[in-house]
Design a protein around this ligand. Sequence first.
Ligand code: M6R
Length: 619
Amino acid sequence: MCGIVGYVGPRPAAELLITGLRRLEYRGYDSAGIATLDDDCTLHRHRTVGEVDNLARTVAVGGAPGSTGIAHTRWATHGIPSDHNAHPHASSAGDVIVVQNGIVENYRELRAELQAFLDAENRSWQSDTDTEVIPELISRQLAAGRSFEDSLAYAVGRLRGANAIAAFHRRDPDRIYAARKGSAGGIVVGYGEGEMFIASDLPALLPHTTSVHHLEDGDIAAIDRDGVSVRRSGEPAFKPTPREVDLDPIAIARGPYRHFMLKEIHEQPRALSDTIRGRARLNPPNALPSDLNLSDATLREIERVLVIGMGTSLHAAMIGRWWIEQIAGIPADFDNASEFRFRAPLLGPSTLVVAVTQSGETIDTLGAMNHVRDRWGAPQVVITNVDGSEATRQADASIVMRCGPEVGVASTKTFVGSLAALYLLACRIGRAQGRLSQDDLTVHLEQLLTAPSLLERGVQRAERCSEIAQLFGSASNFLVLGRGIEYPLAMEAALKCKEISYVHAEGYAAGEMKHGPIALLDHQFPVIALAPRGPLFDKMTSAIQQVSARRAPVIAIGDEGDDELAELVDHFIGVPPAPPLLTPFSLTPVVQLLAYHIALARGLDIDQPRNLAKTVTVE
Ligand code: M6R
């Protein structure tokens, strides 16, 4: 979602800021903008719809001198993507420049309040955004004689909703400011030699520094070229101690792959091996032996598990529910975090809530976690790919996947990372509860250790997926069917098709198909059937027969060498046979590659699909 970068130091700011924006492009955006201040306090502001390249061209022509500045990629929430809605926004007096990530929920109320001042001065709003109230609020306080920091703190205090903000004062070319309220994606301060940076996310900082400080909820920061001073809820200002991060910039390069998504699909075997390393021990059998900060005594008290998440993480949660029931042997359920937080379900301290969020910053999931803490005090575990993310700070315990940075907007390797963590958690709970014997635990862990090779062999089916995509690339609809543990995967396959191929696709439980969706089927409506051999295979083949009887073409993904199935369907993709609980690992790469190749056949922008954001920090 929106990206923020800022710079103060001796070097020309514009080039650094634009490079920083490029490194945040993966978050998703529809317009971009930059504002720099030169030594004479002349403001240079440029804003353009579309790609950062457009902004770079505009800056090359118009110029943006100065060694202080802020820049932004916008993902529209209030007001269409347009030059005038793009950030940075300025106060009507032109003295305060602001970029923002988040939503000002009470912006109508604030606009109405500020309208009287604008009317009195014969000025008007310059955009349709909620953001514009922020520089206006700050400017009014400056006019009343308050310092910039006090004015920013006042403005932040007036905003409802989660927001991250960067700003500068038109008459102060030596300083930029940042503020964080709630969980709107955060702000990281980067420490250079005689220069300082800010950004929404680490990739924008890594070419310059690995020495960083994350602002916390409520922080107001003043940054000059020598450092940062932070004010937190009325306490005296302090200079935070930076910490070193070890993200490898090489790991976020695309290498020989045409798209990050393809690279990340291929990285899955390694991401899975890294995630389970040291966490699936066989002698003696032990799952998550050291890094789950919850005691066996706590896990023994649990009577129920609720797994929550959004999008791909929700699909992982659905599979996790299956494993917790089957492996741990206790009641489990899943829920969409954005719905769960507004329901009044009956939890209690004996329910363990497991939040799945690769970014650790998804506002719906964080909102649900808050809801759990405030209302029931139930213990919470988060499964995430980002150590130190907001979700890890809120949860009682974390399982951090080790997938490395995921740049493609469509989650791929973090899906399998989440699955691995959920599987291990199910084993650990089952053992702590005494419902899973040592021998059964050994079998489950041995099976999990084969998962990287299942993924490896699945990834090798790229060519076959490409052939199928050539045949069906122009289809307008897909139905994806699965049963049991493959049903959530059918939903994930459909989500991937929607996200990157912009094709309408529905994931359905195969048994549900005849209760309505079957009416849609004809010879132009391809159906993808997930049909590995397993306890529900016969029921899947019945559903396939019902589809074929309506002349809809069937693409089945089943066990390699399953000639019977191959003969039953129009097109067949074989995957390595897997134990019944492990089929999500054998099937996942193939459904991802199918969506990828369909998008490729349709000539789409795979790593930055329209309207989507990597980290969804607004409701
Ligand atoms: O960071 P999270 O896992 O919490 O993100 C949740 C969803 O926004 C995310 O999975 C989204 O659906 C992806 N674009 C899926 O590819």
